[in-house]
Design a protein around this ligand. Sequence first.
Ligand code: PEP
Ligand code: MG
Length: 745
Amino acid sequence: MLLRQLRETMAEPLASQDRLDKIVSLIAENMRADVCSFYVLRDDGALELFATKGLKAESVHMTTLRLGEGLVGLIAAEAEPLSLDDAPSHPAFAYRPETGEDPYYAFLGVPVLRAGQTLGVLVVQNAERRHYGEDEVEAMLTTATILAEMVATSDFDNLIKPGSDIDLRRPRMFTGVSFTDGIALGTVVLHDPRVVVTNFIAEDTEQEKLRLDQALEKMRVSIDAMLDHGDMQPSSDHREILETYRMFANDRGWVHRLTEAIENGLSAEAAVERVQNDTRARMLRQTDPYIRDRLHDLDDLANRLLRVLTGDHQGMGRSLPDNAILVARNMGPAELLEYDRTKLRGIVLEEGGTTAHVAIVARSLGMVAVGQAQSIVSMCESGDDIILDGPAGVVHLRPTPDIEQAYVDKVRVSAKRRAHYAALKDKPSITRDGIEMTLLHNSGLVADLPMLDDTGAAGVGLFRTELQFMIASKLPRLREQIDLYAEAMAIAGDRPVVFRLLDIGGDKVVPYMRSMAEENPAMGYRSIRLGLDRPGLLRTQVRALLLAADGRPLKILVPMVTETFEFKQTRMVVHKEIDRLRRAGQKIPSRLELGVMVEVPSLLFELDQLLPEADFVSIGSNDLVQFLTASDRANPRVAKNYDAIGLPRLRAIRTVVDAAKRYNVPITMCGELAGKPLEALALMSIGMTKLSMGPASIGPIKELILNVELGPIKQAVAAALSDGSDGVSIRVLLQEWIDKQNLPV
Ligand code: PEP
Ligand code: MG
């Protein structure tokens, strides 16, 4: 009854204050309360009395309570209802004489919440000592849901204290995790836009059940149609998600709960929201990642159903604003790839780690991405202004003008720098004293490769083939792999691409391959160990690479080799495949080079056995330093304690460089070290001339090369390395050189 009256009041052509006054009167009347008051949370953290029936009218817009102050402040701060028989005796009670609230004892207050965020507080009070029970709490919460929607959509500008706004629109800052470099200023696009339910009460229960049935059927048909759609690749993640949707859409338990909620008096859409709230509450409590994912899918499906019921098709085929920044709880890589990439500038997730697949894809598409921005989805609306500070992992939602200006300036500076680097792209990378360097990309997705033209890099020094495996939902078959590698080679053209054999296992999880829990996954069943143990996988990949080369030269790199023997075994697999192709009369590469990664310390002590076997060597400093220092590369608490170019590490790297020279084997650095200017200088000073790095690092490193005279630095570093005297820091030594010669680092 109350809900229906509220709905009618919302639809009436009233001024905002009159509407609020009428609403509190209606609530008071229905709850048989002497007082009903509505407080709205302002952006300065104060709860302003916005309307009252029963308290003194002059206190409206005058009385305020801070968050946590008084009973109202307590409810807002804790986002929990509070029912008291004797309110003044509660320790948090704060008396405001101007309201004249002395004679009221019974008290019930509920938070006005929207997607978990407190927007205000709704209170009823009675002079007599009575108890507000569970049903009344429930009724007030339902009423509050409607008020929340009203607060979010109304214009209170001329009601609220001048200069303030409602808290919902306050500027907010989130500190998450950096997924990428770069800064993006843009407009929020909620990946999963909220559906606004306005029709809460069932006029006719049978009619609502019919609406639900029809909507379910329509949704099932649309999911089936999407699944049957010819252009969808059978292996895509999208398909997997749709299959899960189809399963839920036909789930009897879910449908039963929806029907039950309608029988309790709710409209079909309100029933979906009710059941969805249960799902969300379970999702928050659930610790098993698999079950959480499934609940997440169910939540998405409920949103789809809501869209069908409300006729809100916002989510489907939306056109994006320029500089769109996607905000989502989480997202799969395939979903990200469905958006118009020309308009997308960035992405913010509440979940996700730096190695999350979607982060890898965002990085490779040149988007700015920040993860683990807690609760951001419920704090923002599509259309809000937003700034992503990639390197800091910080998000500014609805930034103040001064913050915005600071970032506009930052972007201008970095655009200038980018233009400056772009101008260097065709210059040969030669130091001032004439030493030529080869700069290469680290990459892993075909989508990265066109960037070769922008940076002027000489080729791809490390193509991490596992990335493509990580973003797929099924093991890519031979044909898919051939197409992928062939496309990579076609884009690279004459520039060489070093394809690294699958480095899965450890932290590089592939969803479709069952992995056993390991105590130390980085040192576990991974990479070439897995490849040699499961030769089917390795053979397929090698065959795909050989066929993709289609008679052109081919470079293959073997990761995580621990003993020379493993490298030889891999070579046997490759040669067997070559023989097989030859016998079948198929083209074989005009030249095949098989390289070895040095990233497990044991190899340092058998370089004389290893190097004569290898066509080239690539040092993986990420793993090499992790294993040399026994410090997990993904754990900043330990990894940051050991300088990667500290004496022992740089000596180890130099040992490999010197040995490679002796055996006349080309050597590259493909770990993260090569992309950092000071570290790259250290590598060049010990004689490395091939550096492979993320595309964004090519410009700064080239600029350094063009300005440096390497001879004197080489001598100084050599002296420090062989000096034997402790306490010399290569980092300090190089920094002094950089400062003295004013190098651009
Ligand atoms: C390395 O270990 O340095 C390397 C390049 O390989 P990844 O980072 O893929 O382990
Ligand atoms: Mg490695």
